[in-house]
Design a binder for this molecule. Structure first.
Ligand code: UDP
Length: 237
């Protein structure tokens, strides 16, 4: 089976790691993700990953946490490193070579983010996990995903979610909602469909980086997406 994409950036939310839990991570989810990622590495796809931190900490809720936004955002970035380390451990257990690069220096546990080095790892078939988001407060890991995808010249950003694509309305609330197979960036904007936050979305649009939104929790889906099967919703144009 030939992959459609040579180099991809997979964006996973922190919350997806929770499985049925209310906090933290579920080892069954991590090993399922590790197996899915392994299956596309075996096809020869170069894989970079950005993972969120929402299962551990989100900085945005200053009113709720009583912690100043920028300070909380740094805490959120550290949360993404914890998730990155967990995913790294899961992947290595599955026999996949990995490197973790962090946007905030922490030399004992991760390489610093160095673009050319990341590309070299990818060329050698290692999965590169980018931790600590963009390294800046007031951004999200969706933005980190878009930015890194563009920097490493990925062919596409794959946004793994718990819904299987972009719908005309929220499918968890509106039973009449229907799914788009493809949609343009412009249509998303005019229909006010929030695929990612605006900073992340604009980066993809301006740099013509296609986004595929798909359900990462369905076994085999990641492989289906990279081999060009009609899974999820493709945003391009
Ligand atoms: N964050 C940040 N800058 C970044 C990426 C993340 O400040 O470049 C912080 C922000 O507080 C965010 C938290 O890290 O709420 C966790 O990331 P995110 O909410 O994107 O995770 P997800 O929703 O994907 O789990």
């Amino acid at each position: 089976m030939l992959p459609k994409y040579k180099r991809i950036l997979l964006k996973l939310s922190g919350e997806s790691l929770m499985g049925d839990k209310n906090f933290g991570m579920d080892s069954a989810v991590i090993s399922q993700y590790a197996q899915s990622i392994k299956s596309i590495v075996e096809l020869g796809v170069q894989v970079a990953i950005v993972i969120g931190g929402g299962n551990i900490y989100r900085g945005m809720n200053e009113a709720e946490t009583g912690i100043e936004r920028a300070h909380g955002d740094y805490m959120g970035m550290l949360a993404t490193v914890i998730n990155g380390m967990a995913l790294q451990a899961g992947l290595e257990k599955a026999g996949v070579y990995t490197r973790l690069q962090s946007a905030i220096k922490m030399e004992q546990i991760a390489e610093p983010y160095i673009r050319r080095r990341a590309i070299r790892h990818l060329e050698k078939g290692r999965v590169v996990i980018f931790g600590a988001g963009t390294g800046n407060p007031y951004f999200t890991t969706d933005t980190a995903g878009s930015l890194r995808a563009i920097e490493i010249n990925a062919d596409v950003i794959l946004k793994g979610t718990r819904v299987d694509g972009i719908y005309t309305a929220d499918p968890e609330k509106d039973p009449t909602a229907t799914k788009y197979e493809t949609i343009t960036f412009q249509e998303c904007l005019s229909k006010n469909l929030r695929v990612m936050d605006m900073t992340a979305f604009t980066l993809c649009m301006e740099n013509k980086l296609p986004i595929i939104v798909f359900d990462m929790n369905r076994t085999g889906n990641l492989k289906r997406v990279v081999t060009g099967e009609n899974v999820g919703t493709v945003v391009n144009g």
